[in-house]
Design a protein around this ligand. Structure first.
Ligand code: NAP
Length: 333
């Protein structure tokens, strides 16, 4: 076992855009697990848009502080266990942070089935897939024939949410940045249409594609795209507030989107936020359904795997800039 524990420290929280200067590489000791704990080695570290939101303040978890090991979830392997529920070689999902090793209480480690590829445990069978599936179906509740619009549709959560909408018989439209991503959404994922939000007036593009209005809008981005969707909602439409990535990597905007609350009232909209853990009573059934679709080839899983621990900061900055297609993660070398 290597003696050094490489760590990436969030040296200073960003005031505006996240940059490499906000991080530093450090070397710590490999910790010794206490009674009831396990020592785990990270194999794949998940990159999530939310990593940046945690730097802004309290979310569904405590805010990050400067000087700490950067927080993050990972797929990890048990190296040593001082708890009977875990043994060396077990694969777990854990909040390890950005480091090679972590000693954590066994009750905070979820043992996962071994599968190939292992990375699917972070993408379609992890928080990403569950957020897309449970958020869309529990909050959005799309009916066959309805029109569903998903933003950040070429990203991790969005690419699955949009495909689930289609598999449930809805008409699915994705919003993404750039012609290449939009072409991938229609040609490879089979969505009915795609809107390039970088190519001009999103509100007008949506109006052309959704003459009868949007029944379900799955919002990953907030801001101007949220506003454009709001103006195109059908009466009694549902807005699924999953996240607001357009707001994470900058100072808070001076004002919110237009149409709130006026359009919510006149169009009788249901606008509901959720955190995936709220729906974990439906987790096993969701995983069964996702597995069936993946194994039958009906649901495509797109992963964006970057090799090399030291690339973590650049990988997160790149995710916020839209470099990724599908679920981004870093393979720890
Ligand atoms: N509620 C929950 O329980 C829960 C759980 C997990 C994730 N989430 C949320 O799900 C969303 C997606 O997260 P993810 O981790 O899967 O990331 P992701 O979608 O894989 O990556 C983020 C994407 O956001 C897009 N983006 C960046 N800036 C944008 C802007 N200003 N306007 C529009 N799009 C922009 C980029 O794609 P383009 O090239 O298209 O710009 C980028 O690829 C986030 O809002 C996250 O907070 C919520």
């Amino acid at each position: 076992m290597q003696r050094v524990n490489r760590q990436i420290i969030l040296t200073e929280k960003p005031q505006e855009k996240l940059s490499l200067a906000n991080f530093a590489l450090a070397e710590g000791e490999v910790p010794a697990p206490g009674e009831g704990e396990a020592l785990v080695r990270t194999r794949y570290i998940s990159l999530d848009a939310a990593n940046r939101a945690w730097m802004q303040g309290v979310t569904y978890r405590a805010a990050l502080s400067s000087g700490e090991v950067m927080a993050g979830g990972a797929l990890a392997e048990v190296v040593e266990s001082r708890d009977p529920s875990l043994a060396p070689g077990d694969i777990v999902s854990a909040e390890t942070g950005w480091q090679d090793y972590a000693a954590l209480p066994a009750k905070r480690l979820s043992k996962l089935p071994k599968m190939a590829p292992l990375t699917h445990l972070l993408s379609v069978y992890g928080v990403t897939g569950l957020t897309a599936y449970l958020g869309l179906l529990r909050v959005g509740d799309p009916k066959p024939g309805e029109t569903v619009v998903v933003s950040a549709a070429a990203g991790a959560v969005g690419s699955i949410a949009a495909q689930v909408a289609k598999l449930k018989g809805a008409r699915a439209i994705g919003i993404a940045g750039g012609a290449e991503k939009c072409g991938w959404l229609t040609d490879t994922l089979g969505l009915d249409a795609a809107v390039d939000y970088k190519a001009g007036d999103v509100r007008r593009q949506l109006r052309g594609l959704c003459p009868d209005g949007i029944d379900v809008y799955f919002d990953n981005v907030g801001g101007d795209v949220f506003e454009a969707a709001l103006f195109n909602m059908a009466n009694h439409g549902r807005v699924v507030c999953c996240g607001a990535v357009s707001q994470y990597d900058k100072a808070p905007p001076p004002h919110g989107p237009r149409g709130v609350p006026g359009l919510i009232v006149t169009k009788r909209l249901k606008v509901e936020g959720f955190v995936v853990m709220d729906f974990y009573d439906g987790r096993d059934a969701a995983l069964d359904q996702l597995r069936t679709w993946v194994e039958s080839g009906q649901l495509k899983v797109q992963e964006d795997i970057i090799d090399g621990f030291e690339k973590l900061p650049a990988a997160l900055i790149g995710l916020l800039a839209g470099e990724n297609r599908g679920k981004r993660m870093v393979k720890v070398d």
